[in-house]
Write a protein that binds this ligand. Structure first.
Ligand SMILES: CC(C)(COP(=O)(O)OP(=O)(O)OC[C@H]1O[C@@H](n2cnc3c(N)ncnc32)[C@H](O)[C@@H]1OP(=O)(O)O)[C@@H](O)C(=O)NCCC(=O)NCCS
Length: 334
């Protein structure tokens, strides 16, 4: 069997090729998730964007018999993560164990090297699943585990979200852009994410500044993503003690992604995490009743966050892992 691997430039691709990519990608998506797959229109829109929120992206496709049966995506993050790649490889189930995944990964390496990246990372591989077995056969090692949790909005008793503000704090909330009066404190509160457990992962959390917050808000707006923020304000000092972020993507309008939640060290241990997450759900249910499900992922050893999530109605579904290999190790195979 001849395997043809070629770079794939969405802007130059034919409608037929894009439809084949959609089919291949949806086939793999369905194996992993019972969530609705992104629509064709939103898949195309996302594919045609030159960058993801994480960094610029390049693609390769694998063809056998002229048909696209696999894809690789190379993401080159910026800022504190310029030494690594986020590389994703997908092969349709019926074409596996023929060397296609390996050939796709190999094709990404010269660009990774040319961009100065020395660590290749793979994210969200099902622990003990096919992806992880493949990665480990190629020399990747598991560097961190995460639990995937989700909350079925109609099944959760909304009384779980009636959590009183801890003494001395109040909540503030906004969509889109942080109010000028809070943005500096909000950026500072976001840096508290750096205390989240990171395992052996080389991936560094963003060092948030007001400038980066404003750029992140603008990136989300450009992509049509709705960002909903709840913060806890320490009333006597006006400090932003903690924040939680929910993002709703236009490609899956009935799903919410619970993203970063962080409380600054000086304010921990007062129930603020639970308070702001509960407030986020109350607000979401009131304003966006069409959202039926909310998902999040949390480091598997972050027992506080996992417990808070259970308290507001999340269930734990699965454990996934991030893997890494040094580019020298991978290149040495070939
Ligand atoms: C992971 C994936 C890309 C592998 O694609 P593939 O084309 O089947 O992989 P290859 O044929 O190149 O496999 C190379 C070697 O990896 C190992 N391997 C691959 N799949 C394996 C499995 N299910 N169990 C055990 N070992 C496996 C084997 O050593 C294999 O060599 P062999 O077939 O000669 O024994 C594919 O299973 C997939 O798309 N999974 C879903 C997406 C995913 O998890 N991607 C992970 C990377 S981001």
């Amino acid at each position: 069997m001849h395997i043809d691997i070629a770079p794939f430039v969405p802007a130059l691709a034919t409608e037929h090729e894009i439809a084949e990519c959609y089919e291949a990608s949806t086939a793999v998506f369905r194996e992993f998730s019972d969530w609705p797959a992104p629509s064709y229109a939103s898949f195309v829109e996302e594919l045609r964007m030159p960058t993801s929120l994480l960094g610029s992206q390049r693609y390769w496709v694998a063809r056998t018999g002229g048909r696209i049966v696999g894809m690789a995506t190379l993401t080159l993050p910026e800022h504190e993560n310029v030494e690594l790649t986020i590389t994703s490889v997908r092969v349709v189930p019926e074409s596996r164990r023929q060397g296609i995944g390996t050939a796709l990964l190999r094709a990404t390496l010269p660009d990774s090297r040319a961009a100065g990246r020395v660590v290749v990372t793979g994210q969200g591989l099902k622990v003990g699943g096919e992806g992880e077995k493949w990665a480990s056969a190629l020399g990747f090692a598991r560097v961190q585990e995460f639990v995937l949790q989700d909350l079925a909005v109609p099944d959760v008793d909304p009384r779980l979200w009636r959590v009183a503000a801890p003494d001395g704090y109040r909540a503030e909330q906004w969509t889109g852009a942080a109010p000028e009066a809070l943005v500096a404190g909000y950026a500072r509160a976001r840096t508290a994410i750096m205390d989240a457990p990171a395992g052996e992962s080389s991936l560094r959390f963003p060092d948030w500044t007001v400038d980066r917050v404003r750029r992140h808000e603008a990136d989300l707006r450009e992509r049509g993503e709705e960002q909903r923020i709840v913060v806890a304000v320490h009333e006597s000092t006006g400090a932003v003690a903690g924040l939680t972020e929910m993002v709703i993507s236009p490609s899956r309008p009935t799903l919410g992604y619970q993203q970063e939640t962080a409380v600054l060290p000086a304010f921990r241990g007062h129930g603020l995490g639970r308070f702001i997450k509960a407030r986020q759900m109350q607000w979401l249910r009131a304003e966006r009743p069409e959202i039926s499900r909310v998902a999040t992922n949390t480091a598997a050893d972050n027992s506080h966050m996992i417990r808070v999530n259970h308290q507001v109605g999340y269930r734990t579904n699965a454990t996934v892992a991030d893997v890494e290999a040094h580019i020298d190790t991978l290149e040495a195979r070939w």
